[in-house]
Design a protein around this ligand. Structure first.
Ligand SMILES: *Cc1c(COP(=O)(O)O)cnc(C)c1O
Length: 410
């Protein structure tokens, strides 16, 4: 028996977790635009515009600033699988779950992966990373900027010069932090950056903007020549090994986005419309203004959380603007609070995993939801739920403290 289900009609939710968040309505409208052919001049024009927009979002002059079709980890895999040959050394400073993801993916690429670790809730000092680079002498340093699992933001500005000094490729996954925290690809000397749309860029997941330096492109293109050699079985240059993925073969993807327009995959047009609109919205607001808005709303949420008599998690000097970690108070059932928030108020806040499982909630203020009304409504609802579950708190304090951050104190 075949069944025909109802139309998709999701419940109204306010997504205040660590991502995904509610998409900006303009992004949803852009995604619903009609398709055009892959080589229609309209389409190739949109592709070029998307490259130009993301150069501004990444603060780079890199020609090669494109989209990888897939979620954020598609961007990560593309960067790593195209650059890493089996046996290459990769250094990953791990300060949360996504550092482990970089480690895992690099390992699958055949890398000899070296890690250094910080306790969750802390970040590395540049000296610690430099020391590990000296010792390991990796081909690549792969580091997360904002790790939503711990809410920490790793400072990157000094790492580019260090990588340059030791001839190391510098890659960062800035999925969770871009457009909500400063990120300067060129000024900080990055060779590869990958992100996603579902955090501060205000879109759904499914497209991974990336940018590559000349140096990175040189490294991956060298491998493509070898592959071409293998393909026509003429010469067997041992300069590099074939890239072990067709879908994530960056030299081939660059030839598709470049003037040659060599066919690779069929561009995911609706996601391209979406990614283009995400960047356009951020740049129309102004990148700096967008970051300041994340800072303001993040500060308001944090002040409000303190007003709820909640203890803050992690090194507050290195917190991402757009996610807040708070300890679940002693004796309060963490999951029951999240369920009441969702079912009574339609508001989602985040749980956590690994060493923080059952210990903290994570509350996001990002992208379209980095807004005063979203912050105030979340705090008011959380106050009600916490009070009814027996948590002691000063009534009305949370919203008042957030209001004070918005300049509306009493
Ligand atoms: C949220 C997040 C991702 C998400 O990856 P997906 O493949 O889109 O699920 C990746 N990296 C970091 C640092 C993140 O915070």
């Amino acid at each position: 028996m075949s069944e025909i289900f109802d139309q998709i009609n999701p419940p109204a939710r306010l997504l205040m977790g660590p991502g995904p968040i509610n998409a900006d309505p303009r992004v949803l409208r852009a995604m619903s635009a009609q398709l055009v052919g892959q080589y229609d001049p309209a389409m190739t024009h949109y592709m070029n515009e998307t490259m130009a927009l993301y150069r501004q979002v990444f603060e780079t002059q890199n020609q090669w600033t494109i989209l990888i079709d897939g979620t954020s980890r598609a961007g990560i895999e593309a960067v790593l699988v195209s650059a890493i040959e089996p046996g290459d050394k990769v250094l990953v400073p791990v300060f949360g779950r996504f550092g482990h993801l970089l480690t895992e993916i690099a390992h699958r690429c055949g890398a000899e992966v070296h890690t250094i670790e910080m306790p969750w809730g802390e970040v590395f000092k540049p000296e610690q990373i430099e020391e590990a680079i000296k010792k390991v002498q990796p081909k690549m340093l792969a580091v997360v900027q904002g790790d939503t699992s711990t809410t920490m933001l790793q400072p990157l500005e000094e790492l580019g010069a260090i990588c340059q000094r030791y001839g190391v490729l510098f890659y960062s996954d800035a999925t969770a932090s871009i457009a909500g925290n400063p990120f300067k690809t060129d000024a900080w000397g990055l060779d590869a950056v990958s992100v996603g749309l579902q955090k501060c860029l205000g879109g759904p997941s499914g497209s991974a903007p990336v940018t590559f330096s000349e140096r990175y492109v040189e490294v991956v293109r060298k491998r493509q020549h070898v592959e071409a050699g293998i393909r026509d079985a003429h010469h067997q240059d041992s300069a590099g090994q074939i890239i072990r993925s067709n879908y994530f073969d960056i030299p081939m993807i660059l030839d598709y986005w470049g003037e040659e327009r060599l066919n690779h995959h069929t561009e995911a047009s609706s996601m391209l419309y979406c990614a283009r609109e995400c960047a356009r919205i951020v740049l129309q607001e102004g990148l700096d203004a967008c970051i300041t808005r994340h800072q303001l709303n993040g500060d308001a949420m944090r002040a409000g959380a303190e007003g709820l008599n909640l203890k803050l998690f992690g090194d507050q000097d290195h917190k991402m603007t757009n996610v807040l970690g708070v300890y679940i108070p002693e004796g309060i059932p963490g999951e029951a609070v999240r369920t009441a928030m969702l079912l009574d108020f339609g508001i989602e806040i985040g749980t956590s995993f690994g060493p923080l499982k059952g210990k903290i909630w994570r509350i996001g203020t990002m992208g379209y939801n980095a807004r005063k009304d979203a912050v105030l409504v979340t705090l008011a609802a959380l106050e009600n739920v916490l009070r009814r579950m027996g948590h002691k708190l000063p009534m009305g304090e949370a919203v008042d403290r957030a209001m004070a951050v918005y300049g509306q104190g009493q």
